[in-house]
Write a protein that binds this ligand. Structure first.
Ligand code: ATP
Length: 367
């Protein structure tokens, strides 16, 4: 088994220079560096093909990296068999054996490890209690609800007392209602167990709902790794802002830059004032920034930090109304609080302006 270095807390995962080239030449993971604190909930989030599953499979030991190190509690586990890594993979609930009881399904991981029957069942009962299925232990999976089956899958994964639990799209087979319920249960279980969870998903709202650290991946690399809140409020790049959604991505050419504030000229002559870092920006450079759709308010045409355009769509969304403008800068979307909207509705095809406070604009440093 991987021997922890003295002082390292259990469940710490570090990926260093991780690369995976498949034999067919596909570069699936291209130099990933990431630290996952022990006992935390990490989500690898990205579109199909970005390399998140390959990354997870390398941590599990189902795939060997072409380059780089995987440190679990400070020890490099590359080359070690999956069972020696202190990790476990939670599979979808449909991977349960239909002819085995809940108890036997859960005990199965220990059976394949050669643990005796009495101890297997004792351990199975322990984790079945943790996932609150004791009353259903003798049932077959087919006699359980989808959510209960998912909890059996979780119990089966944690019976080997992993320090790190790996979950590959754990909720994708569930219907919408169950998915939201199980999402909350996974988060609660992670906190109760106190072990590290690494959860792969392509769904933004799933990642931000559960994760302490959201890792946005694209093209085999990490675009940004941060808390859910920081990913939304301080995206590094236009890519992350667009992928997470809820943002308007705008840009302008620097006209002045002084004392941490730049003035920009945008498409159609729009004037923007943007807080920038301590470094002055060269006049003439194009700078991109993001403004959250829910942080804008009605404005007067031509005011600084505003956009004027023709109303192309008005969509009622319950708590807010989504208003889409066609402006010289492109489409601009405002989420208007529904009460405020009905006090001052806008007509389709009319001209409207929305503005924002300077501190609501966030500079994007890369594409
Ligand atoms: P998805 O959500 O679709 O599973 P993903 O982000 O998890 O996508 P990976 O499954 O890690 O992405 O795949 C990353 C890239 O590696 C893709 O281009 C994929 O086609 C390729 N790939 C994955 N597995 C293999 C394999 N065994 N052999 C060759 N190429 C592979």
């Amino acid at each position: 088994a991987a021997v922890a270095r003295a002082g390292a807390a259990p469940g710490a995962v570090e990926l260093a220079g991780l690369v995976k080239r498949y034999p067919n030449g596909t570069l699936a993971v291209d130099g990933v560096n990431l630290r996952i604190p022990p006992g935390s909930y990490c989500c690898l989030l990205g579109p199909s093909g970005c390399g998140k599953t390959t990354t997870l499979r390398m941590i599990a030991g189902h795939e060997e990296p072409s380059e780089g190190e995987i440190l679990i509690d400070g020890a490099n586990v590359v080359g070690q068999p999956p069972r020696a890594r202190g990790t476990a993979m939670m599979f979808q609930s449909y991977a349960l054996f239909p002819h085995l009881s809940v108890r036997d399904n859960v005990a199965f991981s220990l059976r394949v490890r050669g643990v005796g029957r009495a101890e297997r069942l004792r351990e199975a009962d322990r984790v079945i209690e943790q996932v609150q299925l004791t009353a259903l232990a003798t049932r077959l999976p087919g006699q359980l609800s989808g959510g209960q089956q998912q909890r059996v899958a979780l119990a089966r994964a944690i019976i080997t007392r992993p320090r790190v639990l790996l979950l590959d799209e754990p909720l994708s087979a569930l219907d919408e209602f169950l998915r939201l319920q199980m999402r909350a249960e996974l988060k609660a279980m992670q906190q109760q167990l106190g072990i590290t969870f690494i959860h792969v998903t392509h769904t933004q709202l799933e990642a931000v709902a559960v994760a302490d650290q959201v890792v946005v991946m694209a093209d085999g690399g990490i675009r940004q790794a941060a808390t859910a809140r920081a990913i939304y409020t301080q995206p590094d790049s236009a890519y992350v802002a667009r992928f997470m959604g809820g943002q308007n991505v705008l840009s302008g050419v620097v006209e002045t830059s002084e004392g941490g504030i730049a003035t920009l000229r945008g498409p159609g002559g729009a004037g923007y004032v943007l807080r920038i870092g301590t470094q002055a920006m060269p006049v003439g450079r194009t700078v991109a920034f993001a403004v959250r759709r829910d942080r804008v308010r009605p404005a007067t045409d031509g005011a600084p930090n505003s956009i004027t355009g023709q109303v192309r769509a008005v969509e009622y969304q319950g708590t807010f109304v989504k208003v889409t403008l066609v402006a010289p800068a492109g489409d601009f979307v405002a989420y208007v609080d529904e009460g405020a909207y009905f006090r001052a509705p806008v007509a389709l095809g009319s001209t409207a302006s929305f503005g924002w406070d300077m501190d609501e604009a966030h500079q994007l440093t890369t594409e």
